[in-house]
Design a protein. Structure first.
Length: 274
């Protein structure tokens, strides 16, 4: 999916919601365990219930990899099931020497038809560029993540330029790709920094995890992070998919997604720059 198509989805649905499919056998309603593929069954119900309110889905690959071959099958079926006009993110956080990155890209962009993949920038340009060689596909580079440990390296200061490491990542990587191919992960728990990050990357989309279970503020992220195209995909995983662990889990997920979409509709009217 290209940038214009993504923006058009955001306009149509008045939403920049990404639903995280962090599907865990221990957390899904136990009656689903009777199905042959409980993970896919759960995802299918969640997708059906939330697709009118979401512009993106983000399966976190760890939840599928941990189940071995069966987990990969559930993931493949899930990606196939997501409607084609909805953006898909493989939250895999890959990145390695060039020939290895190339095969990671093949796995997620060719074997499975994901629109994008999250990539760790630590190994530099030649670890990221193989993902950019796939036309129409996106790299979502970790910039300033939502976890506490992000302070360990991402805030280190480059004394020469008086900039934090995450700023260097953004400035440098913007030279490798257009804003049609490159997004950045900025945690919702970093809302205090998102305005400044927007100045460094005015046109790139940001994938923003950390609202809901991690306590980030949707309002602040929207107020300081939005640009003229919206420029945000805000993710919630546990807050939506585990809104209920009973028989009504899909309905509860739908309600939670709709509540977020309604706030987003309001923030789009209030904060989107012209
Ligand atoms: O900085 C980051 C990068 C990725 N994540 C991932 O997003 C979801 C968040 O889940 P919630 O349940 O909504 O907290 C999860 O898959 C993380 O691995 C992140 O949280 N922060």
């Amino acid at each position: 999916m290209n940038k214009a198509e993504l923006i058009s989805q955001i306009r149509q649905k008045k939403s920049y919601l990404c639903v995280g499919l962090d599907t865990d056998l221990e957390k899904i309603p136990q009656f689903l365990l009777e199905y042959e593929d409980p993970i896919f069954e759960f995802n299918k119900c969640i997708i059906d219930a939330t697709k009118d309110f979401a512009v993106a889905y983000k399966p976190n690959i760890a939840f599928y990899e941990a189940l071995g071959a069966k987990g990969w099958q559930s993931l493949e079926k899930t990606v196939e099931y997501i409607p084609k006009d909805i953006f898909t993110i493989a939250d895999a956080k890959r990145g390695d020497i060039g020939n290895t990155s190339k095969l990671y890209a093949k796995a997620f962009f060719e074997n499975m038809d994901f629109d994008s993949i999250t990539v760790a920038p630590y190994m530099g340009e030649d670890s990221v560029s193989p993902f950019l060689d796939f036309p129409g596909k996106w790299v979502i580079l970790l910039a300033h993540t939502s976890n506490q440990g992000s302070n360990d390296f991402q805030l280190m200061t480059n004394r020469e330029h008086d900039t934090a490491f995450y700023e260097e990542v953004i400035r440098k990587s913007r030279q490798w790709a257009t804003d049609d191919q490159l997004m950045f992960v900025v945690g919702a728990t970093r809302a205090d920094k998102i305005g400044q990050i927007r100045e460094i990357a005015p046109d790139n989309f940001f994938l923003v995890p950390g609202v809901g279970a991690q306590g980030g503020s949707l309002e602040e992220v929207s107020k300081y992070g939005m640009n003229k195209d919206c420029g945000l995909l805000v993710n919630s995983s546990r807050g939506i998919i585990y809104a209920s662990k009973e028989e009504d889990f899909a309905e509860a997920a739908g309600k939670e997604a709709q509540a977020l979409q309604q706030q987003m509709e309001q923030y789009l009217a209030e904060f989107k720059t012209v």
